[in-house]
Design a protein. Structure first.
Length: 115
């Protein structure tokens, strides 16, 4: 069974940066996409970014393009989300996900951006 553990959330001022990590364990990921989603209070969970484990192609939501960068470290079975130029509207719980149809989820990590 695959397990995902996120870390790196916190409180930051607008314009600042944070890097989230998601460590995966339990099986190999050669056929997986891994992704980041977020859910703000009172809103639905939304897609942020994803990476194809094999090849490393990345995809981003329009709202974060140019500010967020997703990467992977195959040797550590870990993905990262580098978040720059953070805005108050980026405040949310950020979740790591993997598998077909995003069937596997981490527990989430809180990101709070103050104005």
């Amino acid at each position: 069974q695959v397990q995902l553990v996120e870390s790196g959330g916190g409180l930051v001022q607008a314009g600042g940066s944070l890097r989230l990590s998601c460590a995966a364990s339990g099986r190999t990921f050669s056929s997986y996409h891994m992704g980041w989603f977020r859910q703000a209070p009172g809103k639905e969970r939304e897609f942020v970014a994803s990476v194809r484990w094999s090849g490393g192609s990345t995809y981003y939501a329009d709202s974060v393009k140019g500010r967020f960068t997703m990467s992977r470290d195959i040797t550590k079975n870990t993905v990262y989300l580098q978040m720059n130029s953070l805005k108050p509207e980026d405040t949310a719980v950020y979740y790591c996900a993997a598998g077909s149809s995003w069937s596997i989820w981490g527990q989430g990590t809180q990101v709070t951006v103050s104005s």
